[in-house]
Design a protein around this ligand. Structure first.
Ligand SMILES: Cc1cn([C@H]2C[C@H](O)[C@@H](COP(=O)(O)OP(=O)(O)OP(=O)(O)O)O2)c(=O)[nH]c1=O
Length: 192
């Protein structure tokens, strides 16, 4: 049995390392992440994590883990901004409000599937144009759902969260540990 991380996100690799898990292989999935017409953020996020885990090639006894992190402002899905203009638009929309960050995790072995999704709430303070421009200039928004990352300079914009910090960063560790154990991954045991 090999353990395969189906993710190109360096955050997910780091978060797994926090659990003491080192993947035998890293295989980022390539799927269409466009939301369906009228799709709500939580079902969207769950669907994308499942599609990712089904797209990763693996042997029948390999354990594959994928995740998706989606920022939701009400019914609006905010994925990774395409460019700095879209990142600016996201930050203006999130400024002074609470939003949700959903991370769905999917683990697969052959045809068997284990799934969890975790919804957290994040408050972003009212941002001035100076703050938004300084943050955009760091480039930290790139590749981050909603155009920010709580673990980077944007942490200074977040006075309050409720939920899972690791889930907001990209992989909720408590739920992930549970899924890996359910799938028979030898967490907390010597691997032979
Ligand atoms: C909200 C938030 C998101 N993010 C990141 C986590 C994810 O990497 C990214 C959301 O994009 P995802 O599509 O979930 O993941 P990804 O494209 O980076 O990697 P892959 O699909 O190969 O697994 O946003 C943070 O790092 N910090 C945050 O505070």
């Amino acid at each position: 049995m090999a353990f395969i991380l189906g993710s190109g996100s360096p955050r997910r690799l780091d978060l797994l390392a926090q659990l003491g898990v080192q993947p035998d292989a890293v295989r980022p999935p390539d799927i269409d992440e466009d939301p369906l017409k009228g799709e709500l953020p939580r079902p969207y996020c769950v669907r994308i994590a499942r599609e990712k885990v089904q797209a990763v090639e693996a042997a029948p006894d390999d354990i594959v883990l994928c995740a998706d992190t989606t920022v939701a402002l009400g019914r609006r899905i905010m994925g990774k901004p395409a460019d700095v203009g879209e990142a600016a638009e996201f930050l203006h929309a999130l400024s002074g409000r609470r939003h949700r960050v959903i991370t769905a995790v999917a683990v697969r072995q052959g045809d068997k599937l284990w799934e969890r999704d975790v919804v957290s709430q994040v408050k972003i303070k009212r941002l001035s144009d100076v703050e938004i421009n300084a943050y955009l200039a760091t480039g930290d928004w790139q590749g981050k759902a909603g155009g920010y990352a709580i673990q980077g300079p944007a942490g200074a914009f977040i006075p309050w969260i409720s939920g899972s910090f690791t889930g907001i960063v990209g992989l909720p560790l408590s739920e992930t540990a549970g899924l890996l154990q359910a799938a028979g991954y030898p967490l907390y045991q010597e691997r032979t």
